[in-house]
Design a protein around this ligand. Structure first.
Ligand SMILES: NC(=O)C1=CN([C@@H]2O[C@H](COP(=O)(O)OP(=O)(O)OC[C@H]3O[C@@H](n4cnc5c(N)ncnc54)[C@H](OP(=O)(O)O)[C@@H]3O)[C@@H](O)[C@H]2O)[C@H](O)CC1
Length: 199
């Protein structure tokens, strides 16, 4: 073989190597893409399955003998439910034994009154504090639902001075953006709802 043939041979070998490297890169890219797709599909399947379980459990758990206000199902299935799904994922019921949901008189408290029903059905032991009650049908209906599940309501006088001493988890649904007055008292004495100007 002359030098020209050798150069041509080397060039062919080099070309083949480059081609192989390109093919391997393409194959690796395809594999990565497929894996990513599989992960995305598996995540979507898991999410759908979890949502199905949650929805079935909630519909089974719906009390049968309680007159429902027409707004309750939509209220309970949107904002509060998504919050509670997150809460359930983060704070496991086996670790958080004694829990309190504090509800105020406005819409924030309305969301709060939905929470105990969901949490109860997911195994949480709960108490509700609802010191300033709203006479609207929606709210009284939610209270009736909770009473029908024997979820205890605590009076202000029954609440401990320092809530954090007695409860593992406290859901604060006391006020939203319509709170007015002095916030400082409540914030500085976080554990003591007696300091809140609600009372
Ligand atoms: N689309 C929406 O608006 C949604 C809002 N959501 C949540 O609701 C709150 C806003 O609801 P709103 O009813 O306007 O406000 P509050 O939950 O804060 O409650 C107002 C009531 O609280 C009383 N209040 C206020 N300050 C005090 C106080 N210092 N002491 C005692 N009582 C107080 C107030 O009483 P008034 O006498 O002033 O009338 C009202 O009765 C929003 O932040 C969200 O969290 C839902 O998620 C649904 C969608």
């Amino acid at each position: 073989m002359g030098w020209k043939d050798e150069v041509a041979f080397d060039a062919i070998v080099k070309q083949n190597k480059n081609q192989q490297a390109d093919e391997m890169e393409i194959e690796e890219d395809q594999q990565a893409e497929e894996m990513e797709k599989e992960i995305e599909e598996a995540t979507a399947r898991t999410k759908a399955a979890l949502e199905k379980i949650v929805n079935v459990r909630l519909s089974v758990a719906q009390p049968k003998n309680v007159l429902l206000h027409p707004l309750i199902p939509s209220l309970s299935s949107t904002n509060p439910l998504s919050n509670q799904q997150r809460l359930i994922q983060v704070y496991k019921s086996i670790e958080y034994n004694l829990n309190l949901v504090l509800c105020g008189p406005g819409n924030n408290g309305g969301d709060g009154l939905v929470a105990p029903r969901h949490l109860y059905h997911f195994g949480y032991k709960l108490f509700v504090g609802y010191p300033k009650r709203t006479p609207k049908t929606l709210y009284t209906g939610l209270v009736t639902q909770l009473e029908s599940l024997s979820i205890p309501f605590l009076l202000v006088e029954e609440l401990p001075q320092n809530l954090a001493d007695d409860f593992d988890l406290i859901v604060d649904a006391m006020f939203g953006f319509s709170f007015h007055g002095k916030l400082g008292l409540y914030i500085h004495h976080k554990g003591s709802v007696y300091k809140c100007n609600l009372f």
